[in-house]
Design a protein around this ligand. Structure first.
Ligand SMILES: Cc1cc2nc3c(=O)[nH]c(=O)nc-3n(C[C@H](O)[C@H](O)[C@H](O)COP(=O)(O)OP(=O)(O)OC[C@H]3O[C@@H](n4cnc5c(N)ncnc54)[C@H](O)[C@@H]3O)c2cc1C
Length: 299
């Protein structure tokens, strides 16, 4: 079945949108801001904080990058006006990093200044390795302007512990995730257990004083292990949170985390550019091949 899943995963981007859409939709909160706001307010009512992401990356013109930047500022205004318990997450390529470092810096600053004005949190998502250094540099600049800006380190990179050490002492918020992109074995750990080990070490460094740790994973074993470690080491619940992506099945684990008093935040993407994001999520879903084929044959 795993082989079959891998085969389907490889050809998934070439499937027509109508086949993907029914399975994509649980991962996104809708195509419009209105739908997304409705969904995040429901999640807030159920006790979850959120971080909202406008889907898309890799823009082609300065005008597009500016439009995305303005849309994020508008999103911050909406979060503020609707009293959403939430932050935003954005990608630097979405605000023009491939078109030039200066453009991405200018746009990231505009978003940072709006977030500072409204006292809302911002996370700069981490993309693939060509952008790691630029992302960390721009993050530092934004953080220098407003302490409410955080970023992400990927546990699959050998370099991440050094990157964290270089940021330590800044009293920052760092999301730790395994990493979604395909990266070369020279720079990225390929073994799942080793990635998990690096993940735990990064979270433990944060908990031991490097900053506020955001534990972003659906890996129940890893969540269990870290929950026990955090309790055994008397780490205050105000020093970390758990994060998951919208729509990824978690059984009742999130309710258990909430019942134990942990903060849980859901990453909520929305927007018209749902196809690439949904394909990425579907590739991670172990039941994906069965779902997709089932749907194809139903039609
Ligand atoms: C809040 C949040 C923010 C993130 N931000 C970034 C970022 O900025 N940069 C980046 O590179 N990556 C980011 N990621 C993605 C992350 O790097 C992983 O690719 C993704 O979370 C899958 O890894 P995992 O930790 O869940 O572990 P895995 O070992 O991949 O999965 C654990 C279990 O979860 C289940 N599962 C995982 N994904 C799915 C799915 N889509 N559908 C159904 N079941 C699934 C599977 O059953 C699997 O056994 C983020 C993830 C989260 C939760």
């Amino acid at each position: 079945m795993k082989l079959f899943n891998n085969l389907i995963a490889a050809i998934l981007p070439y499937f027509p949108r109508f086949i993907i859409k029914p399975f994509a939709m649980p991962y996104v909160a809708g195509e419009s801001l209105e739908k997304a706001v409705k969904r995040v307010l429901e999640l807030n009512a159920a006790g979850y904080a959120v971080t909202m992401d406008i889907l898309g990356e890799h823009v082609n013109t300065g005008e597009e990058a500016q439009a995305v930047t303005d849309a994020y500022c508008q999103l911050l205004e909406t979060i503020h006006a609707e009293k959403v318990d939430g932050t935003i997450s954005f990608k630097l390529t979405h605000v023009g990093l491939e078109l030039g470092r200066e453009m991405a810096e200018k746009n990231a600053m505009q978003i940072t200044d709006k977030a500072r004005e409204l006292e809302l949190g911002v996370t700069i998502d981490m993309e693939n390795s060509p952008y790691t250094d630029a992302t960390l540099d721009i993050f530092r600049q934004c953080f220098g302007r407003y302490k409410g800006v955080g970023t992400v380190l990927q546990a699959y990179f050998y370099r991440s512990p050094q990157d964290l050490a270089a940021l330590a002492g800044l009293d920052l918020r760092v999301r730790i995730c395994k990493g979604i992109y395909r990266e070369a074995p020279e720079i990225a750990i390929q073994d799942r257990d080793e990635i998990n080990g690096n993940f735990s070490r990064l979270i433990k460094s944060l908990a031991n004083g490097a900053g506020y740790g955001e534990i972003a994973t659906h890996d129940i074993g890893l969540i269990d292990e870290l929950e026990i470690w955090l309790a055994e080491n008397n780490i205050a619940k105000s020093e970390y949170e758990f994060q998951v992506l919208h729509g990824v099945p978690m059984g009742n684990r999130l309710e258990q985390l909430q019942a134990a008093g942990h903060k849980v935040r859901i990453y909520v993407p929305f927007g018209e550019a749902w196809f690439d994001y949904a394909v990425r999520r579907l590739k991670e879903n172990p039941n994906m091949a069965g779902y997709i084929l089932g749907n194809m044959f139903k039609r």
